[in-house]
Design a protein around this ligand. Structure first.
Ligand SMILES: [Zn+2]
Length: 442
């Protein structure tokens, strides 16, 4: 990779008013500094964000007051445990209470999330946080040897066309090439392999399930596509996926852990351990329910418009006591169990089920939802609604579901709608938002 390419991508970013490369330069060596320096900066950031949340949001002020906590009492990071835990449900029920009243949400990115938790809610991210998030991802990739300007392929779900020639030109300027997981057919995967080889793209980033599907395809066809590293994010990364991915791409893969609400929580190092990004988050484990593994509770040290303080991420995991000698001086964690996106069967082959999120993302008053695919065109959709939901809400859900599924499965689907008062979690305590279940299993 030449210095010219690096210079080009940095110039393109500056032209687009993006600070990500500058921020990357600033944070690149943050976590290889002595542990005491990292800890001191971590505490200062924690004090800042807790003070900001208390003084500029109604929701956190109310929560802190309930337990008699004031930001000045935060003298050590552990003191944060006096603050009650917030959940997705709190953000869903009182969205504005947890927004800062000194930052204009109109100047921020509005984001809807539902993902594998099936609890949709809307939140905001300020532009600096988004840019810092990109810088954080770049830092994780740099651990694996990637340098700014090196070409990266991203397998992600896109509603829009991303693989036409105009988009490819723009992607060339940024050295970031998008591959659409929502259209991941065998024909397309064959084209991806040709494209990645032709462009000499040596790094891939995406959903582990989609990368695994791609890897299995290459192994089946006995096609060689050696890369330098693969980065997996947004879903639990299973060992069986890792085995196929590392074999198909003949390189090490790296797990990056975060969520759209709180990015860059932890990342995998060259020794295969997950390091907590102490300059982005404080991570704790909490035993929230008996008979369940510990839950991961996170405090984001950034995002002024929408603070997340002691937020239940909805994942199980542990903060570990042992250390890693790779040179990154932060504590380790591990993710336990975990939910997984299932694949939707379509006439064009299996599709990443995140494609269905758009049925629900724009409809408020859905607490939780679940989609069961019985056969190619046969579904049950279950929605747990707010008490305030009207017949119009139900009509809107049913109409959107028909439209989206018709487009995907290319034949009028049969959908049975159910509106239970509560959708419960599965036997492992985790909730699956889509799964396949034949009506008459053999
Ligand atoms: Zn390490």
């Amino acid at each position: 990779m030449g210095a010219l390419t690096s210079c080009r991508v940095r110039t393109v970013a500056r032209f687009n008013h993006q600070k990500r490369y500058r921020l990357f330069d600033q944070i690149r060596n943050n976590l290889t500094r002595p542990a005491e320096q990292i800890a001191a900066d971590h505490l200062a950031s924690l004090q800042n964000v807790v003070t900001h949340a208390y003084t500029t949001t109604i929701g956190y002020r109310r929560l802190f007051d309930q337990v008699g906590f004031t930001p000045s009492q935060l003298q050590r990071p552990e003191d944060i445990q006096r603050i009650p835990i917030v959940t997705k449900r709190d953000f869903q029920t009182h969205p504005q209470d947890f927004q800062s009243n000194i930052v204009d949400p109109g100047q921020c990115q509005k984001k809807s999330t539902s993902g594998s938790t099936g609890t949709p809610f809307t939140f905001y991210r300020d532009w600096d946080y988004l840019e810092l998030g990109h810088a954080g991802t770049m830092r994780c990739m740099a651990v694996a040897g990637w340098e700014p300007g090196e070409a990266l392929g991203i397998i992600w779900g896109y509603e829009k066309e991303v693989e036409n020639s105009l988009n490819r030109f723009k992607q060339w300027a940024k050295q970031t090439y998008l591959l659409n997981a929502f259209k991941q057919t065998e024909t397309l995967m064959s084209q991806w392999a040709d494209f990645l080889l032709r462009r000499r793209i040596r790094y891939l980033y995406g959903y582990p399930s989609s990368l695994h599907q791609f890897a299995e395809f290459l192994l089946r066809c006995q096609r060689s596509l050696p890369l330098r590293a693969v980065f997996c994010t947004a879903e639990k990364y299973f060992d069986f996926e890792r085995k196929s991915i590392e074999r198909a791409f003949a390189c090490k893969s790296f797990d990056l852990y975060g969520s759209s609400e709180v990015q860059n929580v932890a990342f995998e190092c060259t020794r295969g351990r997950m390091h907590i990004a102490l300059d982005f988050v404080r991570l704790e484990q909490e035993q929230l329910r008996t008979h369940e593994p510990p839950s991961l509770v996170v405090t984001s040290l950034h995002n002024s418009v929408q603070p997340f303080i002691r937020y239940d991420l909805g994942d199980f995991g542990r903060v570990l006591a042992d250390r890693c000698n790779c040179g990154i001086n932060t504590p380790l964690m591990e993710i336990l169990g975990g939910s997984k996106y299932d694949f939707l069967l379509t006439p064009a082959g299996p599709l990443h089920s995140a494609v269905l999120e758009r049925i629900f993302n724009k409809i408020t008053s859905i607490r939780r939802y679940q989609i069961i695919q019985h056969a190619l065109h046969d579904y049950t959709i279950r929605c747990e609604l707010e008490a305030s939901a009207s017949d119009e809400t139900r009509r809107q859900i049913e109409m959107t579901a028909h439209t989206v599924l018709l487009e995907i499965v290319r034949q009028t689907p049969t959908i049975q709608f159910e509106y239970p008062t509560a959708i419960t979690s599965g036997p492992n305590g985790k909730y699956r938002f889509i799964y396949r279940s034949p009506r008459n299993p053999q």
